[in-house]
Write a protein that binds this ligand. Structure first.
Ligand code: ACO
Length: 360
């Protein structure tokens, strides 16, 4: 496997991007709105004991998860994405006509094609919009934050709607206790805007790093449904259309990757740990987050955790937690916030955010 250090777009540069942007024009990318959608149906650990041989005690002690949301049979990833997107637009004070870029991160698109982003664009009545999906599993939202930021910085786009949405319940083997207890459904969205003179309180996307290592693709994957194993009666009978995971391997790698990514994004922007108000990690397992807290020497109360009620929602996990953290006021004036995630691929990434006290 790769060395997980020193990844991302500034690998060959000794100049942190925050410093680079200080010396050039002050065009910034800011988060102007966030929104969420969680399905109504709650599936508790006790409910799961009726499906597989497990206990509430095992699930809580090994994962921290108490319940998760499950989408209705006719509720799709695009349905949840649209609802989260509408809320993000409302919180940004923008309408669908203001958006010129839509990017959706998902591993459970409504269909293999067309993209879920195109379905969202149509449902929101957006016109003349660039729309596409990105598949980077649980790191998906960090990936689309970077892609949207770069496209906005190019000057060709003004406002981007970025959404992580998942109906993981549709790819789970509900007879496999080692995976079905971990995941849930939902969507989280953000509006990113290019602003020349961002107003007071704006949350700036300061920097993002991304990485990948396909040599570990076999520890978390879904074998069927692509061109290697197209859908057939045999592939369905063999369970190839379900998520497969080597939990122990994923656990070990996850802790190492997230620690490296979070520390590197801070280091290359010269931000000391004590200036970090909140870390918003991918919500996979509270034990992973606790080990991260221990290794980074940052107390657990600096980590935003909502997996107890939502489980692991893959690409929706970070934006759902971000929306919640914003609503709870965890991103205060002058503070730095780090988003950090890992996922199938393997993929990983970290984003540094900062809320400004006054106009830049
Ligand atoms: N209830 C009861 N027992 C269970 C359950 C369950 N739900 N699941 C597994 N067990 C049993 C196993 O069969 C095993 O029994 P055995 O010792 O008799 O063989 C025992 O519990 C221990 O199993 P382990 O897999 O070693 O348990 P572990 O402590 O590693 O916890 C877990 C498993 C929770 C999956 C953990 O490894 C983990 O969280 N890994 C990371 C997973 C993750 O983050 N996935 C998300 C990736 S994000 C993405 O990209 C989609």
């Amino acid at each position: 496997m790769s060395d997980y250090s020193n990844s991302g777009r500034n690998r060959d540069s000794n100049v942190p991007s925050a410093v680079q942007s200080e010396s050039s024009a002050r065009t910034t990318v800011t988060i102007t709105g966030t929104g969420s959608c969680i399905p109504e149906k709650i599936l508790t650990n006790d409910d799961l004991t009726k499906l597989v041989e497990t206990t509430d005690e095992w699930i809580v002690s090994r994962t921290g998860i108490r319940e998760r949301r499950i989408a209705a049979p006719n509720e799709t990833a695009s349905d949840m994405a649209v609802r989260a997107g509408v809320r993000a637009l409302e919180s940004a004070g923008l309408g669908p006509g203001d958006i010129d870029l839509v990017i959706v991160a998902t591993i459970t698109p409504d269909m293999l094609f067309p993209s879920t982003a195109c379905l969202v664009q149509d449902r929101l009545g957006m016109r003349n919009v660039c729309a596409f999906d990105v598949e980077a599993a649980c790191s998906g939202f960090i990936y689309i934050t970077e892609i949207a930021s770069a496209m906005l910085q190019s000057g060709r786009f003004r406002h981007a709607l970025i959404i992580g949405t998942e109906k993981l319940s549709s790819i789970l083997d509900w007879s496999d206790r080692s995976t079905c207890v971990l995941f849930g459904d939902g969507a989280g969205a953000a509006v990113l805007s290019r602003e020349d003179n961002p107003g007071e309180g704006r949350v700036e996307v300061v920097d993002t790093l991304l990485g990948s290592d396909g040599s570990a693709s076999n520890i978390l994957y879904m074998p069927g449904g692509g061109c290697r194993i197209p859908a057939s009666a045999d592939s369905v009978a063999a369970g190839y259309h379900f998520l497969k995971m080597n939990g122990r391997e994923v656990f070990k790698v996850a802790v190492r990757i997230m620690e490296r990514a979070a520390l590197e994004i801070l280091q290359r922007n010269n931000v000391p740990l004590e200036k970090v108000r909140c870390i918003i990690p991918h919500q996979a397992n509270v034990r992973i987050i606790e080990m991260l807290s221990e290794r980074m020497k940052l107390p657990m109360d600096r980590f935003h955790v909502n997996l107890d009620l939502l489980g692991n929602t893959s690409a929706a996990s970070v934006p759902l937690a971000l929306d919640e953290a914003m609503a709870e006021g965890k991103i205060s004036d002058g503070d730095y916030v780090v988003l950090v995630a890992f996922g199938a691929g393997l993929t990983w990434g970290a984003t540094l955010l900062r809320r400004h006290e006054k106009s830049l």
